[in-house]
Design a protein around this ligand. Structure first.
Ligand code: 6PG
Length: 251
């Protein structure tokens, strides 16, 4: 378990550009070494700008036909719903890339939560050829940080989801809209080659400080549970989001 690599950039736009650069770099590395790049996209609003950069300025920097797209969590809504993480990624990135349908592994938010979770576990088992008790090793799990210190859809106090050790994907009922979601369990992110948080803005500063420098309490600060056992933990922050860190990270 390596120490987090914290990069602090002047402003949000610089973070988005750096994140897109890093993703393109990771994709190139993995496609070169094992012929494909597997990425689990995050939802929310922060990554949208990164996805738009990947679809435009960095479009020619990645051999997109060798990329497999997944999601770390999804809201239990149809794929064309305004709150769907798939819909946001499709609008900002996927629809611009001429992908083969089999490259996009959508969490089926339209199903009942438990059915959607089980279906995605079967999808992961098939794509990664997993045996019982095995976890996928993603090239990159992209992560956001909620102001309440959640990540994926692992929310404070959700003991069942935060402490889940066997399952890969679980249904959750969270204190946000919409309540019903499905989420990777910590084990999936912690088996990744790289887990990368992106957080910007003053409103995230307290959450960033608590998760990175606060007392270890994943029940209160769920994002702390993300600690890849044999992979890199990366934080990309702007100065506002990093403003309460004592170490301030590298710039
Ligand atoms: C989701 C995300 C969630 C997100 C955080 C931060 O489905 O909402 O997966 O974990 O990353 O809530 O969201 P923002 O980037 O919009 O602040």
């Amino acid at each position: 378990m390596s120490e987090p690599k914290i990069t602090v950039l002047d402003d949000a736009q610089s973070v988005y550009v750096h994140a897109a650069e890093e993703i393109a770099h990771f994709a190139g590395e993995d496609i070169c070494t094992h012929a494909e790049f597997t990425i689990a996209l995050s939802g929310g609003s922060t990554p949208a700008a990164v996805y738009e950069l990947l679809a435009t300025r960095f479009k020619l920097s990645v051999d997109w036909k060798e990329v497999q797209f997944f999601w770390g969590d999804e809201r239990c809504v149809p794929p064309d719903h305004e709150l769907s993480n798939y819909a946001m990624a499709n609008r900002t990135l996927l629809s611009h890339l001429a992908l083969r349908p089999e490259q996009v592994h959508r969490m089926r938010g339209e199903l009942a939560p438990e059915d959607a979770a089980r279906a995605y576990e079967e999808e992961l088992k098939g794509v990664f050829s997993l045996g019982d008790g095995e976890f996928p090793r993603f090239g990159l799990v992209l992560l956001g940080l909620g102001g309440n210190r959640h990540t994926l859809s692992l929310f404070p106090g959700d003991k069942a989801a935060i402490e889940e050790c066997e399952r890969m994907v679980v249904p959750v009922d969270v204190d946000a809209t919409p309540r019903k979601r499905i989420s990777f369990t910590p084990s999936v992110a912690n088996h990744a080659q790289r887990a990368m948080f992106i957080a910007t803005g003053k409103e995230k500063a307290e959450a960033v400080r608590d998760v990175i420098e606060g007392p270890r309490d994943p029940m209160k600060f769920p994002a702390q549970i993300i600690q890849p056992s044999d992979g890199e933990l990366i934080w990309l922050l702007d100065k506002d989001a990093a403003s309460l860190l004592s170490g301030r990270g590298s710039t």
